[in-house]
Ligand binder design. Structure first.
Ligand code: SF4
Length: 347
């Protein structure tokens, strides 16, 4: 589904951050060279100490007792210093020292801050894991609801066949919602059988009042091509037209050309184009097939045309005028009509 494109800008920002990371890396590299310079300086200092050592020995010999006294004084100073350090460690007098108290408070603050940071990191990790995987399981108030296999919208009957999808689109409505226009589309009890869908459709009474049947839910319908084809037969018998809303990756998903299966079953195919080229498509749609996802959808459209199945590409107008024009050129080049639809803010 191509709805809800409002995260495109966020994605651009994300790219910007990634570039910033590259620059930071280079700076760290520079720091490594500085480290070598430090080693050279240390070696030079050692050489100077060796050169002055004979003169120091001579002086000590000449000064005799004077030197010994100085050494004793130094020893006493060292012992005193060690005792003070020990006291501070044991929290003796050091604990009463205002400077040490301040240090201890700072340590405590840092510890609390670290704990808070760890908690925040864990929360962010959980949120990222949930992205595109929001199964709606936390919607306690909806615990007892039935799975929605069939729903109505704009005078059409919609079929929700699966929650599987080969994309992880930034703008997918299911990233942030459990429902679409009030219809809860996460399937908690697995994908429905053909019979279950027909039973659900019958619940809507006279089906002839609907304009068409649309295969479109919280997932990519071509994962269920056999069920879809069987349902097309059922709905055609009822006199309804059928439409498939797809990301165009059905052949990649099924590892075979499924377009002939759709011939005379699906009356119209709507393929979400989303972008004018793979470089723009993959960062926002994240096909599990990588760059083949975009070329696969173009190929799918061409095969629909070849098999004389009516089809079109669709995009949402919020992608910007330049990108809309680029999409038009692409669609023209493969002789597939392009539908530019308005961005829907609320669903
Ligand atoms: S292709 Fe998949 S992830 Fe993308 S909008 Fe459609 S259902 Fe959502």
């Amino acid at each position: 589904m191509e709805e809800n494109k409002n995260k495109l800008e966020q994605n651009n920002n994300a790219n910007g951050n990634a570039q910033g990371g590259g620059r930071r890396k280079r700076r760290r590299h520079k720091g490594g060279n500085g480290g070598n310079g430090g080693n050279h300086a240390q070696n030079a200092q050692t050489q100077t100490q060796q050169n002055t050592q004979p003169q120091q020995n001579k002086n000590q010999h000449q000064n005799g007792k004077k030197g010994q006294n100085a050494q004793n004084a130094q020893k006493q100073q060292n012992q005193q210093s060690q005792q003070n350090q020990l006291k501070q460690k044991q929290g003796g007098n050091g604990g009463n020292n205002p400077q040490n108290q301040q240090q201890n408070q700072n340590k405590q603050k840092n510890k609390q801050q670290n704990q808070q940071n760890q908690q925040n990191q864990q929360q962010n990790k959980n949120q990222n894991q949930n992205k595109n995987q929001n199964s709606g399981k936390n919607e306690k108030k909806e615990e007892n609801r039935k799975d929605t296999y069939v729903y109505t919208l704009d005078g059409n009957l919609y079929i929700n066949l699966t929650n599987k999808c080969s994309n992880g689109c930034d703008f997918c409505v299911r990233n942030e919602r459990s429902s679409y226009y009030g219809n809860y589309l996460w399937l908690r009890n697995g994908d429905p059988t053909v019979d279950k869908v027909i039973a659900a459709a019958k619940g809507f009474g006279d089906l002839t009042r609907f304009k068409e049947v649309v295969f479109c839910g919280f997932g990519e319908p071509t994962y269920k091509v056999a069920e879809m084809v069987a349902l097309c037969d059922y709905f055609h018998e009822k006199g309804l037209k059928t439409r498939l809303n797809t990301n165009g990756q059905g052949n990649l998903i099924n590892k075979r050309d499924i377009v002939p299966d759709l011939k005379d079953k699906i009356d119209f195919v709507n393929i979400s184009l989303n972008a004018s080229c793979v470089e723009k498509y993959q960062p926002i749609c994240r096909s599990q097939f990588g760059e083949s996802g975009f070329s696969g959808l173009i190929e799918f459209a061409k095969l629909c045309r070849k098999n004389e199945i009516a089809c079109r590409f669709s995009i949402v107008d919020c992608i910007g005028e330049e990108e809309v024009e680029a999409c038009k050129r692409l669609a023209d080049s493969v002789r597939i009509p392009l539908y530019v639809r308005k961005y829907i803010i609320d669903s």
